[in-house]
Design a protein around this ligand. Sequence first.
Ligand code: A3P
Length: 272
Amino acid sequence: NKSEHYSTQVRPPGTNRRIPQTIIIGVRKGGTRALLEMLDVHPNIVVAATEVHFFDWDENYVKGIDWYRSLMPFSYENQITIEKTPGYFTSPQAPERIHDMNSSIKLLLILRDPTERVISDYTQVYYNRLESHKSVQLFEDIVIKNGALNTKYKAIQRSLYDIHMEKWLKHFNLDQIHIVDGNTLIKDPLPELQKVERFLNLPSRIMSSNFYFNQTKGFYCIRSDGRERCLHESKGRPHPVVNSTVLEQLYSYFREHNAKFYKMINHSFDWH
Ligand code: A3P
């Protein structure tokens, strides 16, 4: 059982902690946790339990590569270590720092419709604020300021995939970055995961029997090592119903950025 290795912190003979050969760089609310947990089903993959924030937080980056490695799980030589930190995708420093560590690294980026991502981002912040007894605002009151779209809103900025991708392509070749369709991963996870297996040159080991649809949660859950588990309740939360005019404003704001992004990656998605 892979997950026992790093919880007990005892090094199983023949294993070591290794620097990731693959990183899930984002995007925040794209489905990064689902992607990581689903890939963890693969016998040749081990995953870091928590978001490491090594390349995007200066106070961690200064601790150096040995600190980074110390946070990785034990792995056998034939296993790939993966960590996910969704903040990397939008971080100005992460591309260069990751390139400095390993210029031939393979990166995974999971994206979903940018407007949906904004609403998901808002919903997460909304619940976090409620839990810490802070004031909350309606989605529309944040997104619209003085009658116009508030393009300074961080959640909107994070959905400008073309702007962020441009920075990554300054340091990496397009074929080093595999883009996972987050909308498809929700509806039908297996084909997306099989594409990742091929990208990572791994044998096909993730099976349809590793997933089952949970009616109550409304999402796929994972079956592996004889155990069944769904993602945490904070994953797959209901979204607020957003005013249709505001939705249209968001769609039309992102349209041009999406078109640029599709050109950049030679691939298009059926986003609004
Ligand atoms: P919502 O909670 O807005 O629906 P991240 O892990 O990057 O924060 O992404 C969270 C998103 O993962 C969720 O956003 C949800 O839509 C998506 N997701 C994809 N597959 C999922 C699954 N099997 N279970 C729960 N959430 C899943």
